[in-house]
Design a protein around this ligand. Structure first.
Ligand code: PLP
Length: 640
């Protein structure tokens, strides 16, 4: 999944290759070095590392793929992409795309009024020929803003998502005296069945049916505005799994495009929407919902061919091809880094902590007999037999305890004996990368109980909302210690007070393509941080993350390659406690004032020793508003 941008280097750390050329070593950035440098500079976990060079590489690769498809097929039109800002509206990302996309006339796509004004501002610095595509539901104000964009010289196309929007466009454009360029979003019957296909097919939320498209054309003709209709848009859903589906959707849309031209519209652009998928699980397979069965080059070639074939059939001039790829453009350029705060495991390694053992005096006879049998089974390596004995010991311990014949301490010994032998049995029988043991004397529950819980210093609801909402899998990998064997099978749980705040499905490991129920990780080392990275999460996750438990946006560290290493070029602070409260319309300054008044009152009531202590507490409270919403762990104090 990481190719060509990520790999594990000789030090056992994750490495990023921002330029994807030259030799690995001279061009690589050691991700662990970046993490350590960022932490040294005061960045607190969790944080995002951004690689602007990877973003630029994605942009030029997308452009090159379409240009190659165009030259290979002898297509007579050009390619001109736009970036859908909803995918990641981070100012640095949008600015970078506009700046580096200038050479390709790369533009932006907006789907709402705030996105439109943001896109307008950014595009003032872009190419004069770049397109600004206006999608999403519209009111008169949206249309007015789009027409103002046209007045200030931007190449704006207003795409009708619903038939009713046409009346608004006609009225507002007449009132402003601005000629609108209009597109139509078609509702295709091509349906994408995956997680991301809800917007496609005849029951999809957006777009116009064939009947509605014909009515729009007739109305534009009656209004003498048919020349304003210049673009046909469709979007069959994100993460399109196969080339067959690309072919079906693009062909259907290309025929609509040609028909519109033949009906007298002034058709210039076909906008194929988003949908270019990402190989999240590395399987490169169209049957996995976390992957796609094509390369970027194959995708582009198929799009170009399908449009060309329809144009030949209907004898229509080849249009400019526009794509609104979001996921394909920005997924790779960031890594979310978080540390593990502590681990919880079932079972224990030794009985010594209880200060009792089964050989000592006073144990009921029946338990002693079972224990002898148990010891014999362990000695002969028969873990199936030993586990049966341990089960008898545990249930016997519970029964005798209830009857008042066993102390709590001794009951605990029987429980721990059971956990220990089960641990041993599982370690013996379990295949290295599977959560589930092969031997049938061990149940799934036995195996599940062995899985540790690693507590992550992050919020899934903030940083990986699709993991919670639609069960999306992202590659999650330690960023260091790959030269050590990972021996712990773990699920991950986040900081929120929400039982959904956990990850218990992972990309299969050891060549296993399917989802795995646990992640194989390293044992935590006391007083040493353990960092994991979430890769390929640069699309949608940041903007869709919510403020659950008031965990705020994380810091962002921008990193670029420098001869022999890297440079942190920018640190964008995330939201501190004050910022998080402000998003909910609290007034932090008033809150501090109120709390300080309460401290003064408490001082008068004798709850503080003296004024000095009260002032100290007041200052601590005020300064805490400026601190991270996440946990800050001083590793000198050790990690559980
Ligand atoms: N265009 C439209 C209209 C969309 O709805 C979307 C996302 O769903 C996109 C473009 C971006 O899609 P993707 O991220 O799959 O490229």
């Amino acid at each position: 999944w990481g190719a060509p941008y990520f790999r594990i280097n000789e030090k056992g750390n994750m490495a990023a290759r921002p330029h994807v050329r030259g030799s690995y070593l001279s061009e690589e950035i050691d991700v662990m070095d970046v993490v350590e440098q960022a932490v040294k500079e005061g960045v607190s976990t969790p944080f995002i590392i951004r690689f602007p060079e990877i973003l630029r590489h994605r942009l030029s690769t997308l452009q090159a793929a379409f240009e190659r498809g165009i030259s290979q097929t002898g297509y007579q039109g050009r390619f001109q992409g736009v970036f859908p800002v909803k995918c990641n509206p981070d100012p640095y990302i949008v600015e970078d795309i506009v700046k580096h996309g200038k050479q390709y006339n790369f533009g932006l796509e907006a789907g709402s009024k705030p996105e439109l004004v943001m896109a307008m501002t950014n595009m003032c610095h872009g190419s004069a020929d770049a397109l600004l595509i206006c999608n999403g539901y519209k009111d008169a104000e949206y249309v007015r803003l789009a027409l103002i964009a046209r007045q200030i010289g931007l190449k704006v196309i207003i795409v009708l998502e619903q038939e009713e929007e046409l009346d608004i466009v006609i009225d507002v454009s007449k009132e402003m005296g601005v000629f609108p360029v209009i597109g139509i979003r078609a509702k295709l019957c091509t349906k994408h069945g995956g997680h991301w296909g809800e917007t496609s097919g005849e029951d999809g939320k957006f777009g116009l049916t064939a009947t509605e498209i014909v009515r729009v054309v007739n109305k534009l003709r009656r209004s003498n505005m048919l020349a304003s209709l210049q673009l046909l848009h469709f979007h069959i859903g994100s993460q399109i799994p196969s080339l067959a589906l690309v072919d079906e959707g693009v062909s259907e849309a290309a025929h609509i495009f040609c028909e519109l031209e033949l009906m007298g519209a002034n058709m210039k652009n076909i906008d194929i929407g988003g949908g270019l998928g990402i190989d999240y699980d590395g399987s490169h397979s169209s049957s996995s919902s976390m992957s796609v069965g094509y390369t970027l080059e194959e995708y582009a070639e198929r799009v170009v061919s399908a449009i060309k074939e329809a144009c030949i059939l209907k004898n229509v001039k080849n249009p400019t091809i526009t794509c609104e790829s979001g996921r394909g453009l920005v997924s790779h350029q960031s890594i979310l880094i978080f540390d593990v705060l502590s681990a919880r495991t079932k079972g224990c390694d030794s009985l010594e902590e209880f200060g009792v053992c089964l050989e000592s005096e006073g144990w009921p006879k029946e338990l002693i007999a079972t224990h002898k049998q148990f010891s014999a089974h362990v000695r002969s390596g028969d873990f199936g037999g030993a586990l049966e004995d341990a089960t008898v010991l545990k249930t016997g311990g519970a029964r005798l305890f209830k009857a008042g014949q066993l102390s709590l301490e001794r009951r605990a010994v029987t429980e721990k004996l059971f956990d220990m032998v089960r641990n041993l049995a599982i370690q013996k029988e379990q295949s290295r990368f599977s959560c589930y043991p092969r031997k049938d004397y061990l149940t799934d529950q036995d195996a599940a109980d062995q899985v540790a819980t690693y507590h992550m210093n992050m919020s899934i609801f903030k940083s990986m909302p699709d993991s919670w909402a639609i069960g999306q899998l992202f590659p999650i990998v330690p960023v260091h210690r790959h030269d050590e064997e990972p021996t712990v099978r773990a699920v991950l749980s986040d900081l929120t007070c929400d039982s959904d705040g956990k990850i218990a499905a992972f990309i299969g490991q050891g060549g296993d393509v399917g989802a795995s129920k646990c992640l194989t990780v390293h044992k935590l080392i006391p007083k040493t941080p353990y960092y994991l990275g979430v890769f390929l999460g640069g699309a949608y996750q940041e903007v869709m993350g919510s403020m659950h438990n008031l965990f705020g946006r994380t810091d962002i560290v921008q990193v670029t390659h420098k001869e022999g290493g890297f440079e942190i070029t920018n640190v964008v602070p995330g939201q501190n406690i004050e910022d998080a409260l402000l998003t909910m319309k609290y007034e932090p300054q008033l809150m501090i004032k109120e709390l300080k008044n309460r401290i003064e009152e408490s001082l008068r009531l004798g709850r503080f020793k003296n004024q000095f202590e009260a002032d100290f507490v007041g200052e601590f409270l005020a300064s805490s508003f400026k601190s991270s919403t996440y946990l800050t762990r001083d590793y000198r104090d050790g990690c559980a």
